[in-house]
Design a binder for this molecule. Sequence first.
Ligand SMILES: [Fe+2]
Ligand SMILES: [Fe+2]
Length: 208
Amino acid sequence: MDAFKIVTDEAWHAQFTYEVLRSVRNRTRIAPVFPETPTFTSELARIHEELPSQIRGLDEMLFAIVSETLISSVLDELPQDKRLPEGVRDMVADHAVDEAKHHSYFSTLLRFLWPAMTPRERELAGPYIPRLIFAFLEPDYISTALGLRAAGLTDDEVEQVVTDVYARDKVVDGIRRGAAPTLQYFVEAGALEHGATLEAFQETGLII
Ligand SMILES: [Fe+2]
Ligand SMILES: [Fe+2]
């Protein structure tokens, strides 16, 4: 029952987000400069291709658990940003309310899923979790650069802004903050008891 409701919520999120995008474009007559495919979508497709065949099919479930339990800075901070039009802030705030419900559904799902996997499946899947977290939370540098370029900055200026704003330490700190609940659920599920999984989390800086 709850899963059906979430599917309905997500279809609605896609619809109203698309409607807002379209009306911004129509009213401002400015075409979006972002690429058709966001960077995270290509990264997820790459992960899907690389996954060992034994855990194919589990990946989409894990994608959903990771993305639905993260706290994205867009949903969290954007509604408070007074520089943005109210309609945009309200739209994102509505989305955030639904996502809070999805969060509890997917954290519960993980509690059932992880123990139901075989030890081998857990060992194979675990090390991919940090990559999934980064795919969803790492800033989209390409889109940012295109946006800055469209705002009139030169190539050199764009590079300088991106390097300054997205210093690696700061980026990783931000991802660690956003991923804190997700990490907690995977720890509780026992995912980090496996050495390779723990190492993958340490290497990416998600655990220090
Ligand atoms: Fe959503
Ligand atoms: Fe959701």
